[in-house]
Design a binder for this molecule. Sequence first.
Ligand code: GRF
Length: 224
Amino acid sequence: MSHSTSSALPKIAILASGRGSNFDAIADAVAQGKLAAEIVCVLSDRADAPVLTKASARGLRAIHVAPPATSAGDLDSRRRVHDQEVVTALRAVQAEWIVMAGYMRVVTPVLLDAFKVQSGDYSRVVNIHPSLLPAFPGVESYQRAFEHGCALAGVTVHLVSEGVDAGPICAQESFAIGECRDVAEIERLGLAIEHRLYPQTLQWLLHQNFKLVQHKERLSVRKS
Ligand code: GRF
């Protein structure tokens, strides 16, 4: 598979499982010329995901790839089979980058290897996570920050590698939650940041305006 981004606009596939507010923010940024990219499809593991309806309403290609039935093997092999079907679908639309926005699945090397750059340093797969990673990986991160009594919560955009929410950090932003009375308030504040930070970060990331920095524990991605 070619990963060339020499075409005028990088071709992105958005992977999402649910509501799709980040998809909306990205699609708006593209429409407004703030993000120079072409959305070649929106793909979901859930047939009833509102994000698919939103994509179709914008005239974008909406693709559903159902995960294998739980009777079809162990969890890891089912994940791999699903990822292979996703890769096939994304190749068909010539996606160059995968942009995850609320995609509620653990991905395997099948998908990561298909989008690996030639140097092998990273895969062209990006995610947004609602915490200051490495704090609170996994689900319900805003809720866990609230329940923990944190004074700050945050948002992280990162490249995806094996492991849950574990890849190189591209951008982070924190916000104060000490005065928040419930999780809904935190989520409202956080999503407003997500919807700005994700398109902004994608604009330099997709156009390769970054350098990789090796730290003691892992790589990070810094805007250059
Ligand atoms: C966002 O909070 C995102 O950070 C997380 O899942 C949520 C998706 O929300 N990964 P939406 O579907 O984009 O509205």
